[in-house]
Ligand binder design. Structure first.
Ligand code: DGY
Length: 322
């Protein structure tokens, strides 16, 4: 009799994670480079005991109903706004995410976007590639210096704290906003100042979003918040798109109410809000914050270890259930 648990991996992940699972499970891995449709997902998980899934998979009551044999779900992401954790907990099902292993990669991505916007890297690169080579000019392509400016961290969790730590090389005062508990690392180690949202918006030269998406943070950066930012401010988002009202952001960028934005995530991902791609003062990347080989392998191994623990009836290393 086959005792190996049946596991579904909803999208191809790096081999080190797959081989951990393959050693003990009967594995089905989506062979296509796209998310499964809901019908495909539901038919695949009908007999699955474990699922390793992506932030594009909705893990809610419907998912759990479609997987009557399920013993655990491992998310291949640190963000878990795709999972109905209270529903999983009510059903006694463990669910997990992949914190820490992608912290450095994502914080570095936020810096990459900040510098790209502040120094107009993408805009000028596009100009040269279009055949226009304007050369050096005393008043051409002036951007902003980053050193010494005030960095604002919205959501002082692991990634926000890592970004703040990296700012030490640029001698930046750090202010932050949000978070459920005091952040000793930010306050004591970095001398960062916690501000209320209004003071935060008015003080920061650059704001980087790292807060999770929930009812409190959805559209936190709406037209009103954007209007309270400095006209020279740059907004960076490597967290979750719906924290920004993207239509309001397009308006603010178009009218010069803020200076620029660097976005890795989108409100209607993978679709961009109308007008966004036409703006010169925005740099856009396709949700690649954790896309380094090191981070993605770390995520694959951690997600696999989480799932194996669940299948063995143990608490997974990075469990989301309270
Ligand atoms: C996450 O992990 O939540 C990122 O958005 C994707 O790696």
């Amino acid at each position: 009799m086959n005792q190996r648990p049946r596991v579904v991996v909803t999208r191809m992940i790096p081999e080190p994670g797959l081989s951990l699972l393959r050693d003990v499970c009967d594995l089905w891995v989506n062979p296509e480079d796209r998310p499964l449709t809901q019908d495909e997902l539901f038919s695949r998980i009908a007999t699955a005991e474990g699922v390793l899934g992506q932030l594009t998979d909705r893990i809610d009551a419907g998912f759990f109903e479609a997987a009557p044999k399920l013993r655990g779900y491992a998310n291949y992401a640190v963000g878990f706004d795709n999972i109905d954790v209270p529903e999983a907990t009510r059903r006694g099902l463990p669910v997990s995410n992949t914190p820490d292993v992608l912290t450095t990669a994502t914080a570095e991505m936020a810096w990459a976007l900040l510098f790209a916007v502040a120094r107009r890297v993408v805009e000028t690169d596009a100009l040269l590639r279009s055949g226009v080579c304007p050369g050096w000019g005393p008043l051409k392509f002036l951007g902003q210096e980053v050193t010494g400016k005030t960095l604002g961290i919205f959501g002082p969790g692991r990634i926000g704290t890592a970004m703040a730590r990296m700012s030490r090389g640029f001698a930046m005062p750090v202010v932050f906003c949000g978070g459920r508990k005091p952040n000793q690392a930010l306050e004591r180690e970095l001398g960062a100042t916690r501000l209320d949202f209004d003071a935060f918006l008015r003080t920061a030269d650059f704001i980087s979003i790292h807060a999770p998406l929930n009812d409190q943070t959805r559209h936190a950066f709406d037209a009103d918040a954007l209007a309270r930012m400095k006209p020279t401010a740059i907004l960076i988002n490597t967290g979750r798109g719906p924290v920004i009202d993207e239509a309001a952001l397009v308006g603010a960028l178009r009218e010069g109410r803020i200076a620029g934005a660097g976005l890795d995530v989108y409100e209607f991902e993978p679709r961009l809000a109308e007008g966004l791609a036409a703006l010169p003062n925005v740099v856009l990347t396709p949700h690649i914050g954790s896309a380094t080989s090191t981070a993605r392998e770390g995520m694959a191994v951690l997600a696999a270890k989480n799932l194996l623990a669940m299948l063995a009836g143990q608490t997974p290393p990075t469990c989301l259930n309270p």
